[in-house]
Design a protein around this ligand. Structure first.
Ligand SMILES: [Zn+2]
Ligand SMILES: [Zn+2]
Length: 246
């Protein structure tokens, strides 16, 4: 039976240089439950090292956590990639790390902490996660799909680091599974703003970098169960699965 799930597919952790250190796995899970989310995806900049710990922190709780990455392409556009399994995500992670150069400047960008489900620091990531990976948008989209993932153009209404800000347009045939808009825009307004993108599914997410932001934007999706296969059907508007846009 289909039912509505509250989803936020764009949540950072303390691994992202620009996110607060309070964004550790257990705290994220507690906050997500408090604001009645059913499904979240963990998407740090160019990295996924905290995702396994958020999944562990959610074990036995009424919250589905998908591993994801917010990848910066060579065009400096942010793309959300969400995977079914940690092994698929690990393949993407390997590719991105091979294409990412530079060392993080903690004073300038912030600390990138890997923290486990108990709140213990496992290590500090020293890569320049805020940088762009040397992979083009088209190449990235093929890889995400090859690794069984879904690809969402992040915050397309933002004036920087979005596909629209960087390229100026979204070609109709570009195989995005969905387009994300910020909570400032919302899906209803996006439909008015972007009539040329009517064939795409839209979502809205919190893009939370602070605990208080989790739950400030969510997408309601009609699916049977919280699996990536069901989400793929909803984004493709198949078998009654769909995004509730109002
Ligand atoms: Zn972004
Ligand atoms: Zn983000």
């Amino acid at each position: 039976m289909l039912k509505a799930f509250n989803c936020d597919f764009h949540i950072h952790t303390c691994l992202s240089p620009c996110a607060e250190l309070d964004m550790h796995p257990r705290a994220i899970v507690e906050k997500a439950l408090e604001v009645k989310l059913d499904i979240i995806a963990i998407c740090d900049h160019n990295s996924s090292e905290n995702a396994p710990y958020v999944i562990k922190a959610a074990q036995g709780k009424n919250l589905k956590v998908f591993p994801g990455i917010e990848i910066t392409t060579s065009e400096e556009a942010h793309i959300i990639a969400i995977f079914d399994s940690l092994s698929d995500q690990a393949r993407m992670q390997k590719l991105i790390y091979e294409r990412l150069i530079g060392i993080n400047d903690e004073d300038r960008f912030g600390v990138q902490a890997v923290v486990n489900e108990k709140g213990e620091v496992e290590g500090i990531n020293e890569k320049l996660l805020i940088g762009a990976a040397n992979i083009s948008l088209n190449d990235l989209l093929s890889r995400v799909h090859e690794y069984n993932g879904i690809a969402i153009a992040a915050h397309i209404d933002r004036e920087s680091f979005s596909v629209l800000s960087q390229l100026g347009f979204i070609d109709k045939g570009t195989p995005f599974d969905a387009l994300e808009v910020t909570s400032m825009m919302g899906i209803g307004q996006a439909r008015i703003e972007y009539p040329e993108l009517e064939d795409y599914s839209f979502i809205t997410s919190s893009d939370a970098h602070y605990l208080k932001d989790i739950g400030t934007a969510l997408t309601k999706i009609m699916i049977e169960e919280p699996t990536l296969a069901e989400l793929k059907m909803a984004f493709a508007r198949q078998n009654g699965r769909r995004i509730l846009e109002q």
